[in-house]
Design a binder for this molecule. Structure first.
Ligand code: ZN
Length: 496
């Protein structure tokens, strides 16, 4: 058994590419089991996927702020960083005559974040959805056929004109990154959720997707000699895994280097599916919700999320399933504690979640040894936001935070307490039982939620999972019927 110090040093030397890591690690060395050392499994691939999109914190952050945040991610133990090449809601930045266009600003910020991550020694992964294109590249004659799982600004890669455009987009991105001295070690391609085409020529889509990505990989190699092809199985069905395995065995032996396998809500294991020969298994770990998926504590709606039970359990389970690591799926800074837990436990620095939370409070709240014990216990209780007793939890927070400098890491906790208190006072009134007092509490809830999003997380216009219409409080529908002036949840404006 190699010592932790040796493993970490080797890892440091090797984390510029999975192939390099493969050569340096034996499976026995990289996956020390809890039984061996009393610690959680050490996993060599510890990536944080931080898509800067939909108005989330990564999109909102300015470059120096992002650079500082990436340094904290590295500090906790991540060794890889990923971002999505966003084309949603924007026009092609490479053909615009306005250097100030939104797409150009977004792309510039992404490149700066990649550069900052690279400077910190993190390996870089570009997340891609191949047939999702810029708004001004859409044309009716080569539009993709949409369907279940297939959404977004999509074109059909079986149409020669559309395929040419897709390949040109990738050539341009890969060239731009290379010219900016950004060295990509992998791409991870998603087939669905902003991808797909259900036309006769593209069926089965998963094979069309794989062949397209193989062509794209050849382009990537021209600019990034070490770039590895990885897939994420987000929204795949078992039949598609089977098709990909058959295709890989006959047409692409040894080509696919990693498969990131999706873990469903409330689960700590991925589905046990076979992957092509030579392909490593990774887990796609959703860190944007708490321990308890049923608590609706997700995507920054209720402030910080904590999963001090789910994160360690996930690491133990995925290591037992043969995973070499994970891509943590992060939608912003509200999951800061889950980042510390996942990275801190899987790089061997901490032996359990309590140790991570204690260090978190010492580092960010200047807690003493004794206070750190109290902070750790207090934070862990919020793994299920329905559980902590109020007002006792509020009083303890006031005591613990009394001399702590006000930062977003502290203030989002204060906001969580306020939102939880208001939510419990409101309860579950029926549409005709909302009293003036309860309506006032709902108004206060919206004020508090705006304070959280705007003053603490400093977000601007938000889209997708961050809009108030997505995953609202449980009383929302009843309240909407009572007040009538508010929009229904998850509806489009009148389409006329
Ligand atoms: Zn098609």
């Amino acid at each position: 058994m190699k010592s932790k110090m040796v493993i970490n040093r080797r890892e440091f030397l090797a984390f510029t590419g999975v192939a390099a890591m493969n050569a340096m690690f034996s499976r026995g060395a990289e996956q020390t089991t809890a039984a061996d050392t009393g610690r959680l499994p050490l996993l060599p691939v510890r990536e944080c996927y931080c898509p800067a999109h939909f108005g989330n914190a990564y999109e909102a952050m300015w470059p120096l702020e992002m650079k500082a945040y990436l340094a904290e991610m590295k500090r906790w133990g991540f060794n890889r960083y990923g971002d999505w090449i966003t084309t949603t809601d924007v026009c092609n930045p490479y053909t615009t005559d306005a250097y100030w266009a939104l797409a150009a600003e977004q792309l510039q910020r992404k490149k700066k974040a990649f550069h900052a991550a690279q400077d910190l020694g993190l390996a870089l992964n570009l997340i891609v959805t191949p047939n999702h294109v810029y708004l001004d590249q859409l044309r009716p004659h080569y539009a993709a056929k949409k369907g279940k799982r297939i959404q977004g600004q999509l074109i059909c890669p079986s149409h020669p004109e559309a395929r040419k455009l897709i390949l040109e987009n990738f050539e341009r991105w890969f060239r731009d990154f290379a010219e900016s001295d950004i060295k990509l070690s992998a791409f991870t391609a998603f087939a669905y959720d902003y991808g797909g085409c259900d036309c006769d020529k593209c069926r089965p889509w998963i094979i069309t997707f794989a062949k397209l990505m193989k062509e794209i990989h050849a382009i990537g190699l021209k600019y990034h000699p070490n770039i590895e092809p990885w897939f994420c199985s987000w929204w795949w069905v078992p039949e598609e895994h089977k098709l990909i395995n058959e295709w890989a065995a006959s047409e692409a032996k040894g080509w696919l280097k990693a498969m990131t396998l999706h873990i469903e809500y409330g689960q700590t294991k991925f589905k046990d599916v076979a992957v092509p020969d030579g392909c490593r298994k990774l887990a796609f770990v959703h860190i944007g919700y708490s321990d308890e998926s049923k608590a609706n504590d997700i995507y920054a709606k209720w402030g910080p999320v904590v999963a001090s039970k789910r994160m360690p359990r996930t690491l133990i389970d995925i290591a037992a399933q043969g995973a070499d690591g994970f891509q943590a799926y992060s939608e912003g800074i509200f999951d800061d504690i889950n980042k510390a837990l996942l990275a801190g436990l899987s790089n061997g620095r901490f032996k359990n979640a309590d140790d991570v939370l204690r260090e978190y409070s010492k580092h960010y709240f200047n807690a003493s040894e004794e206070q750190s014990v109290q902070w750790a216990r207090w934070m862990a209780e919020w793994g299920d936001r329905r559980k902590p007793k109020l007002p006792e939890a509020e009083k303890e927070f006031e005591k613990l935070s009394a001399s702590v400098k006000s930062t977003w890491r502290l203030e989002h906790w204060r906001s969580k307490l306020a939102l939880e208190s208001l939510d419990r006072q409101i309860g579950q009134p029926k549409p005709d039982t909302w009293t003036p007092e309860k309506l006032k509490l709902a108004d206060e809830f919206w004020v508090q939620q705006e304070h959280l999003q705007r003053d603490i997380y400093r977000l601007g216009p938000v889209r997708h999972v961050f809009t108030p219409k997505f995953r609202p409080p449980d009383w929302y529908n009843s309240w909407q019927k009572a007040v009538k002036s508010a929009p229904k949840q998850q509806v489009l404006p009148a389409q006329t």
